[in-house]
Ligand binder design. Sequence first.
Ligand code: UDP
Length: 243
Amino acid sequence: MEQTVEILGIPFYNVSQNAFIEELMGAAANNERRFVVTANPEIVMHAQQDIAFNQAVLNADYIVADGIGVVKAASSIGKPLQGRVTGYDTMLGLLKRANEMKMRVYFLGAKPNVIEKVVEQVQINYQNIEVVGARDGYFSAEESALIAEEITASEADFVFLALGFPRQEKWIAANLENFKKGIFIGVGGSFDVFSGCTKRAPGIWVKLNLEWLYRILSQPSRWRRAMAIPRFMAAVQRQRKQG
Ligand code: UDP
């Protein structure tokens, strides 16, 4: 089985959700540093038109398939991936394991009221986690350097960034060299869901792989963004014919 599957220039790590969580746990336990990108079709398409973002993404230690679109694309070019590895599920899995191991976590992103609720939820449901920092995601360029210093000083084992793409990946890539340890992962809108401020799709939609459709229907402003999916599928088919 191939270790990575390349789709439109992005090498996707071929791993199951659980194995990935355990791999990151191992790295964190050894005080290592990792940069994780969970890439959906929208991210792959954006990387094609934003060079700085493309470089940031390719700088990651792992790029995993966030979304059924990427998994389907991999199958369609005859190189199947083991399954979806989403930002949200990776975050939940890591929090569970970090709680068991009494590890240190830093949360950066989302609106002030959301980040407050995220910390509350962690304190209630993951009592052994040490929250070594939490900040909302609306900060200036000057504050950015201070935040990076604060993260280094916190010696966080895990740093979850919910700034939305491409910002979260660019931020991690720009500051990575200064960090000595920690698992850095961009988790998009996950804090909004985790805090209960936005509902994730009901289980049945997820099971039927229709979470994307649920999101569009419940938040019609996402429609334009969702148009990246058919563009992505068409580009993958072109790549397949050329390849
Ligand atoms: N966000 C932020 N700072 C910003 C812009 C956005 O912290 O300057 C947060 C926003 O509050 C939300 C998340 O980033 O929690 C983006 O969510 P979205 O669902 O758009 O992200 P995606 O999963 O599509 O990357």
